[in-house]
Design a protein around this ligand. Structure first.
Ligand code: G6P
Length: 758
């Protein structure tokens, strides 16, 4: 307001000064012109009268002279005429002249009597008058003079009028200026400035308003420029502060291989890490006359491999492949990964019979169906149980051998193949911190109770200091099973079991994958290209496709999934010839009859459904029955429109997490069975009951029809979870919990020499 007031005052003063100057100049010029005019008029009149008067004067025609002076008394602005004798005395005068001049006509300048014309203004305003006199000659002698008197007061009157007009104009101009200026200021300055101010205010308050229409007027340009710079700097400063905070936050919450490596050194205080599992991370096989390395299809291997790489520990596993013997050293060890050695793999050899009974028999025909509620009856044979015990002892010996000379080692036993191992190890090496992670579900006590050797299994497990499951409900089932089976004290408030003074803690550790940010996979177009390439490679023409990746296991719900696809095509026929489902299935445990039957069933279902719907260039199901490496699976994940995980029961299911991790483009939908551990974390998946065929069909439809924004929002949230809860965090939590185990060692139980298990 102050600004506009100052602006108006300056404008008014300037305009007034200019107007007055102009008026002054105008008045002066007009005044001069009018006076000159009057002088000229007076001179013309006097000279014309001179010609008339001179003969009359010479003749002494007084009456005529008198008439002439009287006749010139009634002309406008002419006060009168006077005739003087040669002494300068008026002799004839227009009668009204005396009244006008107040007395005698004024004396004339002597130059008139010397023969020259002469004039002047006289008298004060408002009675100013003008006189012009010429000599009267007679015979070349000046005998008198003739003077013409004009009223000159009108000149000043006109000047005053001009001044009045000028002031009126100035006043009107001022009013106009004030009004226009105020309007202009309001419209062209106050409003845009207020807009700019609001914009800056919003930015400062942390909002991200769109750029307003900034004023383009020249006068505001410097301000606009500065404000725009200021806003840009503010935005940049905020963005970098946010980025910094994000990085700081990410550094706090994100686990990487490097962070795990550093952490485990400090958490384990130099104690070395040993992992025991049945399945080895690298298998050497004879193929086409050469030895090939393969990474087996195993969730456990996917999870443990990055930890061993990070910690340079020792992994003890069954050397089950036909070229494994040829690739180890004298101590049955080799450094892996073969092309970039980072940790030690110690292979344990089993006889065929051992493998048959322990692995195929007790572990996979007994415990596997016992723990998975998938309606396949467990088979328990006593010879299998014997072999299971013996193999556990064999592994214990190998492990003790590896741990020889290593003080306070940390042992992470993996899975249902080694339920007896914790007690065997602990018995020989009480200084070892022993944890076992159970990668499959733990059923309720009734279900577990059908195992004839449940007590021995539980006893063996309770040798561990720590038992990990994927989710809390598996922990609860385990504690309830212990409660009903063994003499012990359950400490529910801290989830621990006290059996004969030894404490075993039981906690959930939801396993995960290595979440790698891949620039390549964040490219939406790359995914589209990949899709068309894959579709071409598979020999089908389809606009959409879904993917399923599993070991061919009856717990994975693959026939149920196929029936879901069939129902989907039935229910939503518009997708016929447009949607293809690709199932990658790695044959697994094929010695077991149930697994062979499953493969037959999966193939038959695929064939039946294809037969029902297929056209010349399209079929609904492509079944790729072979083991695919991770790098072969990735393009399928990235190019698919949806991923189907329909396990009938699954401890976690890492395919679901791998799928999410591979979708950096935030496209793709995950359909996830509610019977997987992963469904507890990935709640943005389309959660389904795989036994409900119609629900599966609808979920496929929903995934394909889902608005891109919703799809990417769901994917983004799931990615955040998998990224934060990656495999390194899982390992860090497990190692952290293991390192917190308090060892209560009797003095004589300290480790001294190589122990053996019999
Ligand atoms: C599951 C088990 C693992 C096992 C994997 C593959 O993920 O939890 O222990 O390694 O299946 O099965 P396989 O019998 O081929 O090792």
């Amino acid at each position: 307001m102050r600004l506009s007031f100052r602006l108006i005052v300056s404008l008014v003063v300037a305009v007034t000064l200019v107007s007055i100057l102009f008026a002054f100049y105008q008045v002066r010029t007009d005044n001069r012109t009018r006076r000159t005019d009057l002088e000229k008029r007076a001179q013309v009149l006097a000279e014309s009268l001179q010609e008339t008067v001179e003969p009359l004067f010479a003749r002494g025609a007084k009456a005529n002279l008198q008439r002439i002076v009287e006749r010139f008394g009634n002309r406008e602005r002419l006060d009168g005429v006077a005739i003087y004798d040669s002494d300068g005395r008026p002799i004839f005068t227009t009668p009204k002249l005396a009244g006008r001049l107040g007395a005698e006509p004024p004396a004339l300048d002597k130059r008139v009597f010397e023969g020259a014309g002469w004039g002047r203004f006289f008298g004060a305003d408002p009675n100013e008058a003008h006189v012009y006199a010429v000599p009267i000659h007679s015979e070349a002698q000046v005998v008198g003079a003739l003077a013409v008197f004009h009223d000159a007061s009108y000149i000043n009157a006109q000047n005053s009028e001009l001044w009045r007009d000028t002031f009126t104009h100035v006043l009107v101009q001022m009013l106009l200026i004030v009004t226009i200026t105020m309007l202009m200021v309001r419209w062209s300055m106050e409003r845009p400035i207020a807009r700019m101010a609001q914009w800056l205010h919003d930015l400062r308050a942390g909002a991200t308003p769109p750029n307003p229409d900034l004023p383009v007027e020249d006068v505001l340009k410097p301000l606009t420029r500065e404000v725009t710079h200021l806003a840009t700097s503010l935005k940049m400063a905020r963005a970098s502060a946010e980025e910094e905070a994000r990085l700081r936050e990410a550094a706090d919450s994100l686990w990487t291989a490097e962070r795990l490596r550093v952490y485990q050194q400090y958490a384990l205080e130099g104690s070395r890490l040993f992992v025991v599992s049945n399945r080895e991370p690298y298998e050497h096989v004879h193929r086409n006359g050469a030895v090939e390395v393969r990474v087996p299809a195993s969730g456990l291997v996917t999870a443990m491999e990055p930890i061993l790489r990070a910690c340079d520990g020792t992994w003890i596993a069954h050397g089950a492949s036909n070229a494994d013997h040829e690739t180890v050293d004298a101590h049955d060890r080799l450094r892996v990964p073969p092309d970039e050695p980072q940790y030690t793999l110690r292979r344990v050899w089993l006889t065929e019979e051992e493998e048959e009974r322990y692995y195929y028999g007790f572990a996979n025909e007994g415990l596997w169906p016992l723990c998975h509620i998938a309606h396949t009856r467990p088979i328990f044979r006593s010879e299998d149980w014997e072999a299971y015990r013996e193999v556990n002892e064999k592994f214990a010996r190998a492990l003790l051998d590896e741990m020889d000379g290593v003080e306070n080692p940390t042992v992470l036993v993996q899975d249902y193949h080694f339920a007896l191992l914790p007690r065997l190890i602990k018995g020989s090496r009480p200084d070892a911190r022993v944890a076992i992670f159970w990668h499959i579900p733990w059923p309720n006590p009734e279900a577990f109770g059908i195992c004839p050797w449940q007590r021995e299994l539980l006893e063996g497990l309770l040798g561990a200091d720590l038992i990990g499951f994927h989710i809390q409900s598996h922990c609860n089932n385990f504690l309830e099973t212990i409660d009903r089976t063994l003499e012990s004290r359950i400490e529910w408030e801290r989830y621990a079991i006290n059996r004969g003074g030894h404490i075993t803690s039981v906690h959930p550790f939801p396993i995960s994958v290595d979440f790698k940010e891949s620039a390549e996979s964040s490219n939406y177009h790359a995914a589209a290209l990949e899709q068309s390439a894959l579709v071409r490679q598979l020999g089908v023409e389809a606009d959409f496709f879904g993917i399923g990746v599993d070991r061919l296991d009856y717990t994975k719900g693959i026939p149920e999934r196929f029936r879901g696809v069939e129902r989907f095509l039935e229910k939503y026929p518009a997708y016929q010839e447009r949607f293809t489902f690709v199932q990658i299935g790695a044959p697994s445990r094929t010695h077991i009859e149930r697994y062979q039957r499953l493969i037959d069933e999966v193939e038959a279902e695929a064939e039946r459904i294809n037969h029902r719907f297929a056209s010349r260039r399209w079929k609904p199901i492509v079944f790729l029955k072979r083991h695919h490496d991770h790098h072969e699976i990735e393009p399928f994940y990235r190019a698919s429109d949806l991923c189907l995980v329909t396990s009938l029961h699954d401890g976690m299911n890492l395919v679901a997490k791998e799928y999410v991790a591979s979708r950096a483009d935030e496209a793709g939908a995950l359909i996830l069975s509610l019977f997987t551990g992963a469904s507890r974390e990935l709640q943005d998946a389309l959660i389904v009951n795989p036994y409900d065929t119609d629900q599966l069909a609808d979920a496929i439809w929903q995934a394909l029809e889902m608005d891109y924004r919703e799809k990417s929002e769901r994917m983004r949230r799931m990615r955040r979870i998998v990224k934060q809860h990656n495999i390194y965090r899982w390992a860090a939590n497990l190692i952290g919990a293991a390192s917190e185990i308090r060892l209560e060692l009797p003095e004589n139980a300290r480790y001294q020499s190589v122990q053996s298990v019999h």
